[in-house]
Design a protein around this ligand. Structure first.
Ligand code: NDP
Length: 324
């Protein structure tokens, strides 16, 4: 039997984790033969609620769940970890400016970066979901100088999955027939869902849909505003779909995508005019344990303007923190 993988999850009492943890324990990331030990981090006042979630995990009698640790100490949560899902973040509260939110989260991710640096296995793979996810991931990396930066990523997969689903519906094809969709940039309404290379059953998706106006005036804003639309309809933010996207991201990273493109926020290598130091959504393929940027894609004028806008936002977020 495999030895258990240690999986750190922060914000364990929150909405996203109420879906995420059960799927992790079921084997949705590492497969049906890989036991997991969950190492759950929360702020002290949320620890009683985490204990309730742990009771429910116990009541599922998951055969793969080899242990659960509950703590408010990041050093304990990150100890010897193989995979980390950083979900917890400071939500925007009334009267809070965007800058205050950035700064509050920068402090959280600084502390967690230091703990990651000290306690995690160097092979650990990290996804940041808590918003502003890309910038939080950059702060995490900056505070973990001894930890491989390429193992720190941010979640663009929900935007990617949202785009896939809209494309499939418009083209009248199954989601699984689509490939080579890319979402670039920040996990925010400025993200750029790029259909130029997309295929359905190997044929050009833009040709199949044949409606460039729909793409620019409907698809892009629909994906950008999808989170808000869910909040309006449900009265609460998207949690199950966010958890599902985090599962997809980590499963693909650990198990590979067989050549299929997915979108991940990864530390920039300077390609496509994305400055180093940013953690930016790009198209990648994965082989088990590694992501590989899709390189050499042409960037036309529209793509350049969309990319520049979302890169500009990422730069501003980091600059606002640097100035403090
Ligand atoms: P959720 O579980 O709903 O969301 C957690 C984070 O994920 C938020 O920052 C949220 O951003 C973000 N997120 C990213 N993408 C999405 C998406 N598409 N849809 C929804 N959310 C998305 O938040 P809760 O408030 O229910 O729970 C957060 C928990 O984290 C709390 O229990 C809190 O105590 C904890 N926490 C833990 C910390 C720690 O472990 N040290 C530090 C800070 C908080 P957005 O706010 O923009 O929706």
């Amino acid at each position: 039997p495999h030895s258990a993988k240690r999986v750190t999850v922060t914000g364990a009492a929150g909405q996203i984790c109420y879906s995420l943890l059960f799927r992790l324990a079921k084997g949705d990331v590492f497969g049906p033969d890989q036991p997991v030990i969950l190492q759950l981090l929360e702020i002290p006042q949320a620890l009683p609620a985490v204990r309730g979630v742990v009771m429910e995990l116990e009541d599922c009698a998951f055969p793969l769940l080899a242990g659960v640790v509950v703590t408010d100490d990041p050093a304990v949560a990150f100890r010897d970890t193989d995979a980390a899902f950083l979900i917890g973040a400071r939500p925007r509260s009334k009267g809070m400016e965007r800058r205050d939110l950035l700064l509050a989260n920068a402090e959280i991710f600084k502390v967690q970066g230091q703990a990651l640096d000290k306690a995690a296995r160097r092979e650990a793979r990290v996804i940041v979901v808590g918003n502003p996810a890309n910038t939080n991931a950059a702060i995490l990396a900056a505070n973990a100088p001894g930890f491989p930066t390429e193992n720190i990523t941010a979640m663009l997969r929900l935007d990617h999955n949202r785009a896939l689903s809209q494309f499939a519906a418009k083209a009248g094809v199954p989601v699984g027939s689509l490939d080579r969709v890319a979402v670039w940039g920040n996990h925010s309404p400025t993200m750029f869902p790029d259909w130029r290379f997309a295929t359905a059953n190997g044929k050009s998706l833009p040709d199949l849909i044949g409606d460039g106006d729909w793409y620019k005036s409907k698809l892009i804003p629909t994906v950008a505003q999808r989170g808000t639309a869910v909040i309006e309809a449900r009265g609460a933010s998207s949690a199950a779909s966010a958890a599902n996207a985090a599962i997809d991201h980590m499963r693909d990273w650990f198990q590979g995508t067989n050549g299929r493109w997915v979108s991940m926020g990864v530390p920039s290598d300077g390609s496509y005019g994305i400055p180093k130091g940013l953690i930016c959504g790009v198209p990648v393929t994965c082989t088990p344990g590694q992501y590989h940027r899709v390189t050499g894609l042409p960037i036309d004028e529209f793509a350049r303007s969309m990319l520049d806008r979302t890169i500009g936002e990422l730069k501003e977020e980091l600059a606002a923190i640097a100035k403090s």
